[in-house]
Design a protein around this ligand. Structure first.
Ligand code: ADP
Ligand code: ZN
Ligand code: ZN
Length: 823
């Protein structure tokens, strides 16, 4: 422990850079006393300033590290007097960074709400000498002159924007201009910092403040006093003006006479402001629910780590159990954390939580504004919010004394962060519960294979809710064989007669429908219209991806290539076709065929516009819309009792994705979809169009038979050595130059082979990643399948280090442990 006599002189920082190391800085004496572990520090790094997180403080430098004190830089500014990051979150982010082989600083940055991170940029301004010089130059059109002109026309220009305009030699040119004293540069702090919001408010003053003046209060003045009394003596300034219907001068007079006082108060932005709070329902738990709840309650009381899988069909009342278990944790003086997938956080659910938990609940999801997110986060950090509901990054919420962590729809892909720092919030949740001696509940109607496998291994305890509330039947799912539709209708029909008839019938009864276009990923592949077969890699049993430019089929796991066949290799039919982009027209077709129906579409665009999605869902709930058309995001979470038909167009696109999880994803999607139809008293129908009706994922999904699906899928994973039977890592090399990417990938591959002498791992590739080009960069992928996680990490650590020494450019390399989407 550090004593007060010897304040620390050095801080060890985690910086938000893709580097797996910490950095030592000297602490200027000004903030040696107040610097604490978990506080942020602004420090110089190269040409810019960065926000780092203090992870250790030293009184003296550890000589064994061989750091030369004279080379250390001084920290610029201490950004927090009270540490922003708690000890628990430091430990959790450190574990996360280590497990996923990523940077601690990046994980810390991702754990904090946007808006608390400070960065700086270099600004260039023209000097008066520069301006004089520019007047003298009349003809020359060199880059430097053009630069000077640009600077003369703009007050301040950042190095970044200048480089965009003038290319890679910009910094050299700027240095030259600085040397001639024509321009000068300085660092400007980019303050994206969210600030607490302040509001003017009015409060009532006690009688001893009243001015000795006998004039009675007039009517509007009295009105103000009344309103203040009704509001416990305090109200927002603007609200008061509106409510009393007066001008500001009335308040000024009252202030002068000592009846009231205006002041500024800090307000928390409430993401649920104006939300209609539904009436409390007091449900009695069913026997099945009670059995589950009792087990959770017992575990909560024992206050030690325990992991559960709550496997309950859609509509079995899981949500009710989550809410009660969280309530119970609160009653025991603990806090509670619940993760939900990106889309499931509908306003309806948030309101229900507000109804149960009032101000004790904080909500963190991606549709909040920076300010709202910042405020919700501060309410958690200060301890005033004890229940947190949020998407992925909420797993790092700074709650103390966590008693229960719930992960709803634990199989959902949105728990996986798809960019650096990669992590899976579901898996971090289990670790956090373990560190905190808390219980963790993973809930799903279609548990991920990994989670169910953990149940079989005895790591998680299984809780079951096999029946729907009120024993409502699950919707009947029917497969429509599109090969027959093709034979009957002959041409390129996207909709089968069965689906079209069902749509007509449904709406003639005044019921509603949802049509799903299951389309994800961007790759195209080849499908036979007669037999429904897609063409697979002979090594990997993964669909080959079609590359238009080279006109070849390629395996994105191992790099195998094949010519595009002219007839189907299985049935020899020549009706081979390419499935690819371009589904927007499906909505148009539906609009044309059913011109009388009110049809709305939900896609990424709608998702990104705030309020738009809510409006559509609200209108659909109120039956102002007849049919919703959308991608799989429509399949989750919503509860529309009047929806009796769900149609799934082209389920094959999902099945054929070049990803070993494609069958599992399809099974999950269809089970979720079936859960959408017939939520009310009306019986629901689900129609799935496919060229592949015999596929086991579809067969089992139709019968809602998870156990059979699991058994078959586990066999596939075991035989072909996929997780959970191997520990998987994907190494992605990306660069604008394909040659450069290739050279780096080759170094990596050789390093991996060099340390894989005992053959504990299979090394596949380098092959083009499924998204072979993204944002102008080429992407190559190496897959490593190791016998276990320990061997995987050993191999990666040695190999990455070795590759770096052989001048592999690590900036082009992303390592992903347990990748979810191989895209
Ligand atoms: P899940 O989360 O498993 O899909 P929900 O929790 O959404 O299921 O429950 C489905 C429906 O049943 C909801 O409308 C919910 O209000 C209702 N419900 C849940 N538990 C009960 C109960 N014990 N008695 C009556 N209705 C219930
Ligand atoms: Zn065929
Ligand atoms: Zn292959």
């Amino acid at each position: 422990m550090l004593s007060n006599q010897n304040p620390p002189q050095f801080a060890e920082l985690a910086l938000p850079l893709p580097l797996r190391q910490t950095f030592t800085y000297r602490l200027p004496s000004a903030f040696r006393e107040s610097a604490q572990i978990g506080s942020r520090l602004l420090v110089p790094f190269g040409k810019r300033n960065l926000t780092g997180y203090i992870v250790e403080l030293h009184e003296l430098l550890d000589e064994s590290l061989g750091i030369e004190e004279s080379k250390l830089k001084d920290a610029i500014e201490l950004l927090d007097e009270i540490p922003l990051v708690t000890a628990e979150i430091l430990k959790l982010t450190n574990w996360t960074a280590d497990y996923y082989a990523s940077s601690w600083g990046e994980v810390l940055k991702a754990s904090l709400p946007a808006g608390v991170n400070v960065e700086s940029e270099q600004i260039i301004v023209i000097t008066s000498t520069g301006r004089d010089e520019l007047l003298k130059i009349t003809t020359a059109k060199t880059v430097k002159v053009q630069m000077l002109r640009h600077l003369a026309e703009h007050e301040e220009v950042s190095m970044r924007s200048l480089t965009k305009l003038f290319g890679s030699s910009t910094s050299r040119n700027v240095r030259d201009l600085v040397n001639r004293n024509w321009v000068s540069t300085f660092q400007r702090t980019l303050s994206t910092k969210a600030k607490p919001k302040r509001r003017k408010a009015v409060r009532l003053l006690p009688t001893e403040f009243h001015q000795p003046e006998n004039k009675p209060l007039n009517e509007s003045q009295q009105k103000v006093i009344e309103i203040l009394l009704e509001n416990d003596g305090e109200i927002g300034f603007v609200e008061l003006l509106e409510e009393a219907n007066i001008s500001a001068s009335v308040i000024q007079t009252l202030e002068k006479r000592g009846f009231a006082q205006t002041f500024v108060r800090e307000v928390f932005r409430d993401p649920l402001i104006g939300a209609k709070i539904p009436n409390a329902q007091n449900l009695t738990l069913t026997d099945e629910q009670t059995a589950v709840f009792t087990q959770l309650e017992t575990a909560l009381v024992s206050a030690s780590y325990k992991a559960f899988l709550l496997y309950g069909v859609t509509g079995s009342g899981k949500t009710e159990i989550y809410i009660r278990a969280m309530r119970s944790a609160l009653d025991k003086g603990k806090s509670a954390l619940m993760l939900v997938p990106e889309i499931a956080l509908t306003p309806v659910f948030s309101r229900r939580l507000r109804q149960v938990f009032g101000d004790e609940v904080a909500i963190l999801h991606s549709n909040l504004s920076t300010g709202e997110r910042f405020d919700e986060w501060r309410r958690i950090r200060s301890g005033s919010a004890k229940v947190v509901i949020g998407t992925r990054s909420a797993i790092f919420a700074p709650l103390v004394n966590v008693g229960i962590i719930i992960v709803d729809e634990e199989h959902d892909g949105s728990y996986r962060q798809q960019e650096s720092p990669f992590y899976n919030a579901r898996d971090v949740a289990v670790v956090r519960a373990n560190f905190a001696n808390a219980i963790v509940v993973l809930g799903s109607a279609t548990p991920s294979l990994e989670t169910y496998f953990n149940v079989e291994q005895g790591k998680y305890t299984l809780l079951n809710l096999p029946n729907r509330i009120g024993n409502r039947p699950l919707a009947k799912a029917e497969l429509v064989d599109m090969r027959n539709a093709f034979k009957e209708q002959g041409k390129d029909e996207v909709f089968s007669n069965e689906l079209l008839t069902a749509i007509t019938e449904t709406h003639s009864k005044g019921e509603q429908s949802i049509i799903l276009l299951n389309r994800r990923g961007y790759s195209s592949f080849v499908l036979c219209r007669s037999c429904g077969e897609s063409i697979k890699c002979k090594n990997c049993d993964i669909t080959l991806t079609y590359h238009r430019r080279e006109n070849v089929l390629m395996c994105h796991y191992c790099g195998f290539r094949a010519k595009v066949p002219t007839v189907c290799p299985l049935c020899e039919s020549k009706f081979i076709y390419f499935v690819g982009e371009g589904t927007e027209q499906l909505e148009d077709i539906l609009r044309r065929k059913f011109s009388g129906l009110r049809i709305e579409r939900i896609d990424r665009d709608t998702m990104n516009r705030r309020g738009r999605l809510e409006d559509i869902l609200q209108n659909f709930a109120e039956h102002k819309i007849d049919m919703l058309v959308g991608t799989q995001m429509l399949a989750k979470g919503h509860d529309f009792p009047n929806v009796t038909l769900v149609g799934v167009v082209s389920v094959d696109a999902g099945l054929a994705l070049p990803d070993f999880r494609s069958a599992e994803r399809t099974f999950q999607l269809l089970t979720q979809v079936a859960g959408r139809a017939g939520r009310g008293i009306l019986q629901g129908r689900v129609i799935i169009q496919t060229f592949h009706p015999e596929h086991y994922a579809l067969q089992h999904a139709c019968r809602q038979d998870y156990d059979k699906f699991y058994a078959e899928e586990v066999r596939f994973r075991k035989n072909l050595r996929y997780p959970p039977f191997v520990a998987l890592a994907s190494i992605l090399v990306h660069h604008a130059s394909l040659n450069f990417a290739h050279d780096n990938a080759q170094i990596l591959k050789e390093s991996l082979q060099k340390f894989n002498l005992e053959r504990h791992a299979g090394i596949l590739g380098p092959a083009p990643a499924p998204l072979a080009r993204l944002k102008g960069e080429h992407r190559l992928q190496i897959l490593v399948k190791a016998v276990n996680r320990k061997k995987l990490r050993e191999l990666l650590d040695f190999a990455l280090h070795d590759a770096q020494e052989k001048f592999c450019d690590m900036k082009t390399v992303n390592v992903e442990i347990d990748p979810i989407n191989l895209l």
